[in-house]
Design a protein around this ligand. Structure first.
Ligand code: NDP
Length: 330
């Protein structure tokens, strides 16, 4: 409803059509494109940034539906690339139905029968690919004898990182914001796991560090603490800074440690890495989710009118695992 530069977002109004209203979808003009029925929508931390007044980001347009990654089924198509019944993945507006031009960036997606569509927005989707691509690009793959620290470690990005780090031989320290989230990070293999709201991060890193790799999902004061407990030549993978998304951002006061400890920071966005790693990711990760070799946790909300609640839940840490809104069954 309005742009907000700071503070938590306030869920707005959603108009949901009752299926019994029998919308006449057969006559919607396609102009060479295709009609999609939305099945699942992803709710992600970055969406908060699209609600701010910012000269650097093209955000959501006021008066138009919000949007995010989603998966839908093609109901009708005049496009040569897609046929009725195909499923498509990509940026979808938060609507039950939408028409897309043939040149749309939505791409056809197929799923393993053992996985649900929601998983293709989480562990087998953008967040999983975020973890996989930046881990392959920036982490040392021989982690034996090295210590990795992962924040927001129960979420779809963090929990995948914990498991990739363990597979590469690291000792993993994981932090999360509640005791049940901490339990999940242990299930993912974390050697040391703690609730950063009730336990001092500095004390844990002092006891179990110094850290050779920090996967940063939160920024702010925890980034400062990680710098203080970093080893010489540590790598910092800067994935996100959710502690600053809803309010004043806190800048670490000890950045001089970057040069005294020869620390390298790698900032990235998945959009710039995904083309390089997507095929490898889709070959490797979904089978391991099916076999149970990799763990994942999902926080499902049902109904398009739950998008606002979901956005707020992710910013406040209410979500338990990947937040997905299930809009419709097949
Ligand atoms: P999650 O599902 O883990 O949700 C975000 C979590 O952040 C919350 O559940 C909460 O968990 C934690 N959190 C919220 N506020 C704070 C705070 N003030 N301090 C510390 N933790 C907080 O999110 P994702 O796994 O989807 O994303 C994790 C990070 O990765 C985010 O920063 C996101 O922006 C970033 N990201 C970056 C991408 C890139 O291309 N660089 C792509 C995708 C995601 P808890 O209860 O544990 O505090």
């Amino acid at each position: 409803n309005e742009k907000i530069s700071s503070g938590y977002p306030v869920p707005g109004k959603t108009v949901v059509y009752d299926e019994s209203e029998q919308l006449d979808l057969s006559s919607v003009p396609l102009d060479g494109g295709f009609l999609v029925k939305t099945i699942v929508l992803s709710v992600d931390p970055y969406m908060r940034g699209l609600m701010s007044e910012s000269p650097d980001v093209t955000g959501f347009a006021l008066g138009s539906p919000t949007a995010s990654y989603g998966i839908g089924r093609v109901l009708r198509s005049e496009s040569p690339q897609l046929k009725t019944g195909d499923h498509v993945y990509g940026f979808l507006s938060h609507e039950q139905y939408s028409v897309h031009p043939s040149s749309s960036s939505l791409r056809k997606i197929e799923k393993s029968p053992e996985l649900s569509w929601s998983t293709y927005l989480g562990a087998a989707g953008m967040p999983g690919l975020t973890a996989y691509s930046a881990w392959k690009e920036y982490a040392l793959s021989t982690g034996k004898g090295l210590v990795a620290f992962v924040t927001a470690a129960s979420g779809p990005v963090g929990s995948m990182v914990v498991q990739l780090a363990k597979a590469d031989g690291y000792k993993v320290i994981a932090s999360a914001g509640s005791d049940d989230k901490v339990e999940f990070t242990k299930k993912c293999g974390a050697d040391v796991a703690f609730n950063y709201k009730t336990t001092s991060t500095a004390d844990v890193l002092k006891e179990h560090g110094p850290i050779d790799l920090y996967w940063d999902n939160v920024g702010g004061q925890i980034l400062e603490t990680a710098l203080a407990h970093a080893n010489m030549c540590a790598r910092f993978i800067e994935c996100g800074m959710i502690s600053s998304y809803n309010g004043e951002s806190y800048g670490p006061k000890n950045l001089q440690l970057l040069y005294t400890k020869h620390i390298t920071m790698y900032g990235f966005t998945v959009v710039n890495l995904e083309d390089k790693y997507r095929d490898d990711f889709l070959r490797t990760i979904p089978p391991k989710l099916v076999s149970g070799e990799l763990q994942h946790m999902e926080y499902l909300l049902h109904g398009l009118d739950k998008v606002g609640e979901g956005i707020l839940a992710v910013q406040k840490g209410v979500n338990r695992g990947k937040a997905v809104v299930v809009v419709a069954e097949e």
